[in-house]
Design a protein around this ligand. Structure first.
Ligand SMILES: *Cc1c(COP(=O)(O)O)cnc(C)c1O
Length: 397
């Protein structure tokens, strides 16, 4: 009996992708082994974060890096770093930002509920632009002059959510931000693959970039990496690390924290609630190492191997059409899209009955109104393909 069953919790098959509510994915054994090994020894956590910084810098091309409990946690730390800088007094007062630069500019069409993380640091979001192209009213979105217009002496940062359709392009935004000496924080939580995106946003001028550890990177669910400018990473570290230590005993690794830049030793900061353990840090670093080692093509192949048996099984049925999106593009996560073609067939019902199946199967429901089910290969193993196929045939018949 597995440990979940002892608690009366049934395991599910996650064909939806790395959703937190479905517990994310399945880690490769090397990552699990690294976490197990980490759990058997103690280390100085600041030293471990300094080592993580070097590894993350190497993988991302940024100056420095840090590990926190998720991409959202990294965004909160990033916002706190842009607001408080290296001032221990400001760090101590967050999320009360009275008297500080506390406005973070955001393109209105990029607003989303993960931006709680930005507001949690004490920032006020200043929205810019009207998303005409999404409203069906036009073709335009926020223009760079509108972003520039929103900059005041209270601006702490510009927050940019990276995605294929994000407008204006990041490079345009970082160029204007540089003119005003304002940092740009990029949410790249779900921007892998392609692997080149690990370096892309920093190369395009972002000052801080957050990636989720528990999505395509394949690390622990409760991990995320932040990479960027050294002084901002230092601030994030100071607001995250446990600082319950006598001042004269505090000698943090110089590469992560340059004490000479501080007027005093900060207290526990706002990031204390985003703590990560040595196990998560070692887990996400191991996952990052494997992610960099494996090419996009190999990853794509591995994902396709999970989808092809399902696609082949379904291709014999007359009442559905199948397509693998991104089948021939190795920079993409391929998706199996099943379109129900029988009159009155309901994708809503099929999805609900898959959830009720044993084992319970969760597919991506985002296209249910178009009569489509989407199978995302990220979070299930090849061995589950047969169960998924069998239950799909029952659910859509
Ligand atoms: C998933 C996601 C996050 C949160 O990532 P976690 O690692 O779960 O904290 C933030 N922003 C976007 C756009 C995401 O897709």
């Amino acid at each position: 009996m597995n440990a979940y069953a002892k608690l009366g919790v049934l395991t599910i098959i996650n064909a939806k992708g790395a959703a937190t509510r479905l517990s994310g994915g399945i880690m490769r054994p090397e990552v699990t082994a690294a976490m197990l090994e980490a759990s058997q020894h103690c280390v100085d956590i600041a030293e471990l974060q300094a080592a993580a910084s070097r590894e993350i810098a190497k993988a991302t091309g940024a100056e420095a890096g840090y590990v926190a409990s998720g991409a959202a946690a990294c965004l909160m730390l990033g916002a706190a770093a842009c607001i408080a800088g290296l001032d221990p007094g400001r760090m101590a007062r967050l999320p009360d930002t009275r008297g500080m630069k506390n406005e973070i500019i955001m393109i209105r069409s990029q607003r989303n509920f993960y931006d709680h993380a930005i507001r949690a640091a004490g920032a006020t979001i200043v929205e810019v632009g009207l998303p005409d192209r999404y409203a069906g009213a036009g073709v335009r979105d926020a223009e760079s002059w509108e972003i520039e217009d929103a900059i005041t002496e209270c601006t702490a940062a510009i927050f940019y959510v990276a995605d294929a359709q994000s407008q204006p392009p990041l490079k345009t935004v970082t160029a204007l931000a540089k003119r005003h000496k304002i940092p740009v924080i990029v949410d790249a939580a779900a921007q892998l693959p392609p692997q080149s995106n690990l370096k892309r946003f920093s190369a395009e001028g972002a000052d801080l970039v957050a990636f989720s550890g528990g999505k395509v990177l394949g690390g622990p669910q409760a991990s995320g990496i932040l990479c960027g400018r050294k002084d901002l990473i230092m601030s994030a570290a100071l607001q995250h690390l446990d600082l319950d230590i006598y001042e004269d005993m505090w000698s943090p690794p110089k590469s992560l924290i340059d004490k000479r830049k501080l007027k005093g030793t900060p207290q526990h900061g706002i990031g204390r609630s985003c703590k990560v353990g040595k196990e998560e840090i070692m887990g996400v670093l191991t996952a990052l190492e494997f992610f960099v080692k494996e090419s996009d093509a190999m990853r794509h192949e591995r994902w396709l191997e999970r989808l092809l048996p399902i696609a082949e099984g379904l291709s014999k049925l007359s009442h559905c059409q199948i397509e693998i999106e991104g089948e021939h593009d190795s920079t993409m996560l391929p998706l199996l899209v099943i379109t129900l073609t029988k009159p009155n067939a309901s994708a809503h019902k099929a999805i609900a009955s898959l959830i009720k199946a044993k084992p319970s199967i969760h597919v991506d429901p985002s296209r249910r109104d178009q009569g489509k089910l989407v199978i995302n290969p990220l979070c299930f193993e090849k061995a589950s393909a047969a169960s998924i196929l069998k239950q799909l045939i029952l659910a859509i018949s």
